[in-house]
Design a protein around this ligand. Structure first.
Ligand code: ARG
Ligand code: ZN
Length: 415
């Protein structure tokens, strides 16, 4: 037993962090069916990391396809693209430098900061301090544990009231590598507690409503993206009959589950899981929302990247019953966001705006009856992609606050 523990310890201590020396990110521009076929064929024969869309199954004609290519496949990718006549550009020429370059905020790497990418242990400790320093505004609950046994910490922000208040539910960190997302949830909580009482919109929002914030949904994946593989996306659950790990949590909800834009292959980055809510993280969140269905009026889920504000549906091209209102609010929110730094967003229903994909939490929440269901895809449009430098956390969060507050004000007005 002691020996096992010892070897276990050594294994953890020696766990290699993946390095990316010589890797590149390409943007491919398929304009013919033959190009699409070629890209899919390439994806089957070598290990490509799809950045956008999320996997090779989602590649279609006339969309930009951003792929991270490991150094050892570069020659083959160049030759294939040239021979197949696929237009491309290089988005990131030196991948490892981009990874190293993220930490450009000057914040201490050892303490929590709103302008750096905090580790899970920093975020978890922060949930305690932000709660205890703002007892009249913030409360904390654990909605369950992750696959690896970490706590899923949910913060409730709002002026306390005798009767239950209508609420907004917002989560961050579905996909592990989208680090700007948890940074936004932390920023939002801080803004809420520091501007309550001075900012009239925030004050009135938190007087009338509660905002539930889940700073990190996929905690295990987030940890793994810090300790082992910066490009990890999925959960960390084991799959029976496969050595590939993890499920895409945003393909794991019960909304047209695994019918389109999702994979039944456990090795895919868009694996839908063995059943809807097979992931304990999805189940915990779905249970919480189901149990509070009568109070939850809006569901916001924060991803990156692409600068999009999406709403149902993703599992079908049919328009949602509330399409025109959802679109109008999305356009207002995007305009508010753009007003600060000129960052341009596209709004629309997911299927037509990015691609059809079933099993998303946004569609699931909407079909449950949460009308204002939105997915944000934060900065950027692929220059840094998932490797957005820390120096962009502040402007990204500031502009996103305007969009979230715009949606919240609309929800509040329509209670
Ligand atoms: N990039 C996100 C994803 O594919 C977009 C989510 C949009 N909503 C959806 N239900 N697919 O997970
Ligand atoms: Zn995502």
């Amino acid at each position: 037993m002691k020996l096992l523990l010892f070897f276990g310890f050594v294994a953890v201590a020696l766990a290699e962090v993946t390095r990316f020396e010589g890797d590149k990110v390409f943007r491919l521009k398929p304009t013919l069916d033959a190009h699409v076929t070629l890209i899919k064929h390439l994806a089957k024969s070598i290990e490509l990391d799809f950045w956008r869309p999320d996997s090779d199954d989602l590649v279609t004609i006339d969309i930009d396809v951003d792929i991270h290519v490991p150094a050892r496949y570069l020659d083959m990718v160049y030759i294939t693209l040239e021979q197949g006549g696929v237009a491309y550009e290089i988005l990131i020429d030196d991948f490892q430098s981009a990874v190293d370059g993220q930490a450009d905020s000057g914040a201490s790497p050892r303490a929590h900061s709103y302008t750096k990418y905090n580790t899970w242990s920093e975020i978890e400790a922060w949930t305690n301090t932000i709660t205890s320093s703002n007892p009249s505004l913030v409360s904390k609950q654990i909605i369950g544990n992750t696959y690896e046994g970490r706590s899923m910490v949910l913060l409730k922000i709002g002026k306390s009231s005798a009767s239950p208040k209508p609420a907004i539910f917002m989560d961050c960190g579905f996909h592990a590598r989208e680090w700007i997302s948890p940074a936004f949830c932390q920023w939002f909580v801080n803004e809420a507690v520091t501007t309550y009482g001075s900012d009239s919109a925030m004050t009135s929002l938190l007087n009338d409503m509660d905002v539930y914030v889940l700073p990190v949904f996929n905690v295990d994946g987030y940890v793994y993206s810090h300790t082992n593989d910066r490009m990890w996306r999925k959960t960390r659950s084991r799959n029976s009959g496969s050595s590939c790990v993890g499920t895409d949590p945003n393909r794991n909800f019960n909304a047209g589950w695994c019918t389109i834009g999702a994979s039944s292959n456990p090795c895919s980055d868009t694996f839908c899981g063995s059943t809807p809510e097979s992931e304990i993280e999805s189940k915990n969140v779905a249970n919480f929302i189901r149990n509070n269905k009568s109070t939850i009026k809006a569901y916001l889920t924060i991803h990156s990247y692409s600068q999009l504000l999406l709403f149902p549906y993703a599992y079908t091209f049919s328009l949602a019953a509330d399409h025109s209102e959802l679109l109008k609010v999305a356009e207002g929110a995007s305009a508010a966001l753009t007003s600060l730094y000129g960052t341009r967003y596209t709004s629309g229903p997911s299927a037509a705006t990015i691609y059809p994909a079933a099993g998303g939490s946004d569609d699931w929440a909407y079909d449950l009856g949460v009308k204002y269901s939105y997915t944000f895809e934060l900065r950027d449009t692929g220059y840094y992609g998932f490797l957005l430098p820390e120096s962009q956390i502040k402007p990204t969060c500031e502009e996103t606050m305007l969009a979230v507050k715009y949606i919240a004000a609309h929800v509040q007005k329509n209670l």
